[in-house]
Design a protein around this ligand. Structure first.
Ligand code: CA
Ligand code: CA
Ligand code: CA
Length: 370
């Protein structure tokens, strides 16, 4: 079960027949996709965190450059890292664009389903710290594979999208932007969300989503626990980013047999040029567009383009971000070394996790053109 369809039985009061058919269809689709996909893919990796053996897949294109972006992709409730790696097609987007992709695997809950802990009501007794896990793993991968400490992002399907919202709230120093797909903000997350930095956010969501309801579920009728509606969540992120312009548009209805089309709502001109985008899939369901459901767009490409647009361009050694390595940067790093200031990765020219005299000489030689 890959997309939250296998909610506990009490949730199945909505059109059970339709639900089961759509579930079977998606299962067959995913099984076929995985069969075609198995060759040449990364192996499952282990990572010990919070007293647990966690697992993830990491895909790094052969031609990747140092300081390339890192994208986390979290699967849905009862889903798997392998499943979302197969249907999202993110590895080939990484090949074309030069970034690394990490697909963490959720733990198993009391019902025997894989999950990421965002505090669903039936997870009241779960203590798995997926936020801590994501932060820790991001730091490890950045350092181990020389990936960007700034351009690290999170997306995910459904439960994985919900976690991306939570990471936006609680780990905004690690994740530069987040892009939930069919995700929602649990009410407790909405109420407690205070990002250290406001970050850009993209949500792709169907108005007829029968799992993560468009208008939210504050009364907890669906059994996941209370969550706010999509508009409420987008409004919140738009406000914390101080976005002052909203641009509406309709995407060309490329596929007229998928039963849906997409209206975009882009909140722009925010703090640090941040933007908050909503891809509203009119009549769309609980889908990852392009893989299943709406076929007018490829959600994975939209998410990557969004992350790419909001990546910070920088060069190691250009400490003041002005586009050149010069005497000002030399003075800045001298201060950092002399006054033992906090670690700044832009000053760590030899990538040894220290800023010291070696980095000062490295910048000096760059300034002198050696
Ligand atoms: Ca369409
Ligand atoms: Ca500079
Ligand atoms: Ca160094």
């Amino acid at each position: 079960m890959y997309f939250q369809y296998k909610a506990p039985k009490i949730f199945l009061y909505r059109s059970q027949k339709l639900y089961i058919n759509s579930c079977m269809y998606h299962r067959i689709f995913i099984i076929l996709l995985i069969c075609c996909f198995s060759w040449g893919q990364p192996e499952l990796q282990q990572y010990y965190y919070g007293g647990l053996d966690r697992e993830y897949y990491l895909y790094i294109p052969e031609s990747i450059q140092p300081e390339s972006p890192l994208v986390f992709i979290f699967h849905g409730y009862t889903g798997s890292a392998y499943g979302i790696m197969a249907y999202s097609g993110f590895n080939s987007i990484a090949d074309e664009n030069g970034f690394a992709v990490c697909y963490p695997q959720g733990m198993i809950d009391n019902s025997g389903n894989t999950f990421f802990n965002v505090g669903y009501s039936f997870h009241w007794n779960e203590s798995v710290d997926d936020v801590g896990f994501a932060i820790s793993l991001a730091g490890y991968l950045q350092s181990e594979y020389n990936l960007s400490q700034i351009n690290t992002f999170s997306t995910g399907m459904s439960n994985g999208g919900d976690l991306s919202y939570l990471l936006g709230c609680e780990a905004s120093t690690i994740f530069r932007a987040v892009g939930p797909v069919s995700g929602i903000m649990m009410e407790w997350i909405y109420d407690s969300c205070e990002p250290e930095y406001p970050i850009s956010l993209l949500e792709i969501h169907g108005t007829n989503d029968n799992v993560s309801w468009w208008n939210g579920d504050l009364e907890d009728e669906g059994g996941w626990g209370p969550y706010v509606g999509v508009n409420t969540a987008i409004q919140y992120w738009s406000e914390i980013n101080n976005c002052s312009i909203t641009v509406l548009d309709t995407i060309f209805d490329n596929n007229q047999s998928d039963g849906s089309y997409i209206v975009t709502e882009k909140h722009q001109n925010g703090i640090n040029d941040n933007e908050v985008w909503l891809y509203k899939v009119i009549n769309g369901g609980h889908d990852w567009p392009g893989a299943y459901g709406n076929m007018d767009i490829n959600a994975s490409e939209v998410v990557w383009d969004f992350f790419n647009d909001f990546s910070l361009r920088y060069n190691i050694g250009d400490i003041d971000f002005n586009g050149s390595i010069d005497v000002i940067d030399l003075l800045l790093i001298s201060d950092e070394v002399l006054f033992n200031m906090d670690y700044n990765f832009l000053s760590d020219c030899n990538n040894d996790d220290l800023v010291d005299i070696n980095d000062l000489f490295a910048i000096l030689s760059m300034v002198l053109g050696y």
